[in-house]
Each structure stands twice: as structure tokens, then as C-alpha cells.
Design a protein around this ligand. Structure first.
Ligand SMILES: *[C@@H]1O[C@H](CO)[C@@H](O)[C@H](O)[C@H]1NC(C)=O
Ligand SMILES: *[C@@H]1O[C@H](CO)[C@@H](O)[C@H](O)[C@H]1NC(C)=O
Length: 134
């Protein structure tokens, strides 16, 4: 009986620790030179609405723009050449502005896809990462 109870406790602890592994910091973009950039920032719990998310028109490369964010957050980007990362200057209510490279993932010569995703135990850890980059 003792063994069974411990095994159940252990199973429960494992379940809760993986269930709370839900923090995310991700920047994803799709873009077409001379047309548009869509940039989305997730910086909280998995499943939260994006912190920033908008499609903006751009001209020919190099291009730049600003994406709408929740109050207190901001992101502006530059995209210099087709095969280069989108560089995103991101600021939060608790984190100073910092430039993240959003690396190219794929393209079909028309539409370019970019993104990175970092996973954290919870939203607080995701926000701390953006504050301290560690
Ligand atoms: C971003 O905004 C677009 C247009 O408003 C919407 O269709 C899309 O679902 C949003 N993305 C996310 C991840 O919420
Ligand atoms: C964002 O980009 C990363 C890296 O390619 C990818 O793993 C993740 O699934 C993307 N997220 C979305 C919502 O497209």
C-alpha cells in the first residue's frame, strides 16, 4: 500500500509539472516583398492571445514597419533582403527594447515564412527571459 501511494503521488507530481510547462515566447512572420508583413508575438502562456499581431503593407526591400501590440508592448521590424531574418525591436512593460532576429524558415519565392519559438515552464519565465535574455 505504501508503495502504491508513493507511486500515485509521483505520477501526480509528474502530471502537474508537465501540465504547467506552458510558457512561450515566439515570433512568427509571413511576408511578401513589395506587399506585406504579418508578424505575431506570443509572450505568455500557450493559448493566450498574441501580444502583437498585425499585417502591414510594405514597399520593396529593404522595408520596415510597426505592428500593433497590446498596451505597453511594441514591436517594429526591418526586413532588408529576401533571405535575411526579419529583425524585430520588441519592448514590453517590464523589458527594455531588444532586437530579435526572426529567422527565415521557408519560402516559395513569393511568400516568405519566419519564426522562432522558445518554451518555458510558465508565462512568468517567458517574461523574465525577455527582461534578462537568460
Ligand atoms: C492575428 O490577427 C488576424 C487578423 O486579425 C487573425 O485572423 C489571426 O487569427 C490572429 N492570429 C492569432 C494567432 O491570434
Ligand atoms: C513559429 O515558428 C517556429 C519556428 O519555426 C515554429 O516552431 C512555430 O510552430 C511557429 N508558430 C506558429 C504559430 O506558426
Amino acid at each position: 500500500m505504501q508503495f502504491t501511494a508513493s507511486a500515485l503521488l509521483l505520477a501526480g507530481a509528474t502530471f502537474f509539472s508537465s501540465a504547467s510547462a506552458a510558457g512561450i515566447f515566439a515570433m512568427n512572420a509571413t511576408a511578401q516583398p513589395g506587399s506585406y508583413v504579418t508578424l505575431t508575438v506570443l509572450n505568455g502562456n500557450v493559448g493566450d492571445n498574441p501580444v502583437c499581431n498585425q499585417t502591414v503593407a510594405i514597399g520593396d526591400l529593404p522595408a520596415s514597419g510597426t505592428i500593433a501590440c497590446n498596451a505597453g508592448y511594441s514591436v517594429s521590424f526591418t526586413w532588408d533582403t529576401q533571405n535575411a531574418a526579419i529583425m524585430a525591436l520588441y519592448q514590453t512593460p517590464t523589458a527594455a527594447p531588444f532586437t530579435y532576429a526572426v529567422p527565415p524558415i521557408s519560402n516559395d519565392q513569393t511568400t516568405y515564412v519566419f519564426g522562432f519559438e522558445d518554451d518555458f515552464p510558465d508565462a512568468e519565465a517567458s517574461k523574465k527571459f525577455v527582461e534578462f535574455h537568460a
